[in-house]
Write a protein that binds this ligand. Structure first.
Ligand SMILES: *Cc1c(COP(=O)(O)O)cnc(C)c1O
Length: 458
């Protein structure tokens, strides 16, 4: 007979379950050679893994075995050093181990009353980042799920601030609000605009794909008061191109328009001393994002969203409800109130623990490694017959072509590479041309590993 507390009290069964799960987590976290793995068809998974949900349960032993032997191998390991597609992940050992602690501790990260200690630690990280980005001491924010939610939350705050200003100044709000960004801006900006039911006006980029202030100024001339936010990108996802943030920010400032910097992938590079000039102007931002799950060595999923004036985010995002009055009536720092969310995991803690453990110098050095490796492999690509760079890498993304190959050639090569469990490199495209792309995040990705991949392109 089952008792209601069978899953919760400490018994030999629950004890074994916890120990078995943590033992598996321990093994996975300490793999010397992470297997790359690959997806499986729905039909194969149906055959091998269905039927796990039953009235009586299959027991933790069987469930773990199913995960370890069938389900996990059907997921590509994004932390494999040969995972070079999209933006890989490379959580430090400290951060991924601490993620287990976050789960084990049942922390509610939404309010100060409930999660003060966790919120304090997360804020230590956010304040350090804000300082690195040149933002004033009052800047602050919250870790949200990802860059998409970070951008959306920042833009919602921007529109709210614009609405309030218009009201204060006795102006009508425009029939359609407009966001200005470059055509190279991340797809999440268009997605945010769709959710917010606002328009996007794109400004021209230069021959290197960079957005400059003069192009933004021209678009602003066309749209006037309808524009509530200008977005610059601190490292595009496809190429790692950093806009001319200083001139874009200056124009936004001059016109009194909210300036948002989307640095989900690339802004981490600003932590490297020699790269700081590339990001000049970030200090003008009203809001910025950077994803720790990309180039700050934290596990999925975390985006650091930072506001110059967090009070503006509070007025845009604080949810009002009778059962929440006890929280919202106080001057406490409640992370829930700064973005589109209510209940939240203290998802900044894994990064806090790793940063506290290793120190900021280690972070700078690990990011710099990726930038240096990108330059080295770019030189190697240029020196090889039949290969050419599409553009010099600015951060840690290297885009190149194999002369004479069609998309079908790239795709066949890419599938073979994954099939052989060698690496995960999917084709991308640029101006209609299919290209190859290495996105380098992991310090375990070596020059030798990359040249071995190039060797297969002969
Ligand atoms: C990855 C990325 C995003 C989206 O972030 P998610 O965490 O995937 O939601 C937004 N902007 C840029 C520039 C990115 O590289």
């Amino acid at each position: 007979m089952t008792a209601p507390d069978d899953m919760h009290r400490i018994s030999p069964d629950t004890r074994h379950t916890v120990e078995d799960v943590l033992e598996y987590a321990r093994r996975r976290a300490l793999y010397e050679d992470v297997p790359l793995d690959k997806p499986m068809s729905p039909r194969d998974l149906e055959r091998l893994a269905s039927g796990s949900i039953t009235p009586e349960g299959i027991g933790s032993r069987r469930a773990i075995a199913l995960f370890e032997n069938v389900l996990a191998p059907a997921c590509v390991s994004t932390d494999h050093p040969g995972y070079l597609s999209f933006i890989p992940s490379a959580p430090s050992k400290a951060s991924l181990a601490f993620d287990v602690v976050v789960s084990a501790s049942a922390i509610y990260g939404g309010s100060w009353v409930e999660g003060a200690g966790a919120v304090f630690a997360e804020n230590e990280v956010l304040h350090w980042l804000a300082k690195e980005f040149g933002l004033p001491a009052g800047a602050g924010g919250v870790f949200v799920q990802g860059g998409t939610i970070g951008n959306l939350s920042a833009l919602v705050t921007a529109r709210d601030a614009a609405r309030r200003r218009a009201a204060d100044e006795g102006r009508q709000t425009p029939p359609r609000w407009v966001i200005v960004c470059s055509a190279e801006a991340h797809s999440s900006i268009a997605s945010a605009a769709a959710v917010m039911d606002v328009d996007v006006a794109t400004a021209e980029v230069d021959a290197n794909g960079r957005l400059h202030g003069d192009a933004v100024a021209r678009v602003l001339d066309d749209h006037g008061d309808a524009v509530f936010a200008v977005v610059a990108t601190g490292g595009t996802t496809n190429f790692g191109i950093v806009d001319d943030i200083a001139s874009v920010g200056a124009v936004a400032r001059e016109r009194g328009i909210w300036f948002h910097v989307d640095g989900a992938y690339g802004l981490a590079a600003m932590l490297v001393e020699s790269m700081r000039p590339v990001f000049a102007g970030v200090e003008l931002a009203d809001s910025v994002i950077v994803d720790p799950h990309k180039w700050l060595f934290a596990p999925f999923d975390a985006c650091a969203l930072i506001y110059r004036e967090p009070a503006l985010a509070l007025s845009a995002h604080t949810q009002k409800a009778e059962y929440l009055d006890t929280l919202t009536g106080k001057p406490d720092w409640n992370p829930s109130d700064l973005a589109i969310q209510l209940t939240r995991r203290a998802r900044g803690l894994p990064m806090w623990f790793s940063l506290a453990t290793h120190g900021t110098d280690q972070y700078r050095a690990t990011i710099e490694y990726g930038i240096d490796l990108a330059r080295r492999i770019a030189d190697e690509i240029e020196s090889r017959e039949g290969l050419s760079l599409v553009r010099d890498p600015q951060l840690s993304v290297v885009v190149f072509r194999r002369e004479g190959w069609t998309l079908a050639d790239y795709e066949a090569w890419s599938s073979h590479l994954l099939e052989e469990q060698h690496a995960f490199v999917v084709p991308s495209s640029h101006a209609g041309e299919p290209v190859l792309r290495f996105a380098i995040i992991s310090p375990l990705t070596t020059f030798e590993l990359l040249t071995a991949i190039l060797d297969t392109l002969d």
